[in-house]
Design a protein around this ligand. Sequence first.
Ligand SMILES: Cc1cc2nc3c(=O)[nH]c(=O)nc-3n(C[C@H](O)[C@H](O)[C@H](O)COP(=O)(O)OP(=O)(O)OC[C@H]3O[C@@H](n4cnc5c(N)ncnc54)[C@H](O)[C@@H]3O)c2cc1C
Length: 305
Amino acid sequence: MTAITELPVQLAQLPDVTVLTNEPMAAHTSFGIGGAADLLVMPSSIGALAAAIKVLADTGVNVCYIGNGTNILVRDGGIRGAVIKLSEALTGIRRQGNVLIARAGESLGALCQHCAQQGLSGLEFAAGIPGSVGGAILMNAGANGGQMADATQWVDVVTDGGEIQRRYRDEIEFGYRRSCFQDNKLAIAQVAVQLTPADSRDVYRALYEAVEERCRRQPVGQASAGCIFKHPADDYAGRLLEEAQTKGMRVGDAMVSPKHANFIVNLGHATARDVLQLIEQIQQKVHDEFGILLESEIRIIGQDA
Ligand SMILES: Cc1cc2nc3c(=O)[nH]c(=O)nc-3n(C[C@H](O)[C@H](O)[C@H](O)COP(=O)(O)OP(=O)(O)OC[C@H]3O[C@@H](n4cnc5c(N)ncnc54)[C@H](O)[C@@H]3O)c2cc1C
């Protein structure tokens, strides 16, 4: 059994693993918010990911995974234990016939570009979603009528024993912004997407149009975590929030975007506490107005300051 104090040294000795201690999570989230994680572990190969998971499991330390941090709010007190960050280092895409296999930390944008370059269609809906491939699978990210579930063939995961296992599409229990990985705490290591041959120019055009439309409708370029709430059945969270007059509402530097009511933006120095208070206020407004309790889409982790 390894003592927690020895962990940074032990992890740093593993090949292809970078370890940071007391690392502010604000630097690793698109919200630009979040206290420090005790340990931030960044493996650059699947073997290194498995080895790091095994070492951490041996100490019983709390472990969580992040990709590009574009769908999470980290509380101001940070995260006790280890955060394994997959994006940036665990990247790479290869082709097998009409299937692209991407490592979990690869950006979804790079995968979309790769599809266009290779003349493969099927992920155009995802253009402009700023997450990693792993995060997109866990969230079953989607837009424009498409979702990751449509293209996914299989996912390789690492268990907390450090074993690599394959899960096929039918085993993943995809639903609206849902997958079984939200419950089972497995690390998503790589993903295979099944695509169809297409004219490269058509794919590039579809990607461009999707991004253009996104820039028109969303506060792209401002710090946020995308849509705060899931859509309720047969309606849109953004519509309900707009009609409940939440646009421009503010707590500290957290503000409901005047451009899209389902986005909260960080105007500069917002804390997680500000965002959580604002979420509560706008959730209440919609409930008072329409009797609907909106459910959070963003994932909230860590502890209060
Ligand atoms: C401007 C903006 C626009 C957006 N538009 C959309 C949109 O149109 N549609 C949409 O669906 N989403 C959208 N999002 C939300 C977000 O980009 C997606 O949910 C994305 O798929 C999250 O990926 P990520 O790598 O950033 O995940 P993170 O935010 O890092 O993590 C999200 C969840 O996945 C888990 N996770 C991440 N990687 C792994 C892994 N490898 N193994 C195990 N667990 C993992 C984390 O623990 C966390 O619970 C938007 C966000 C922003 C900021």
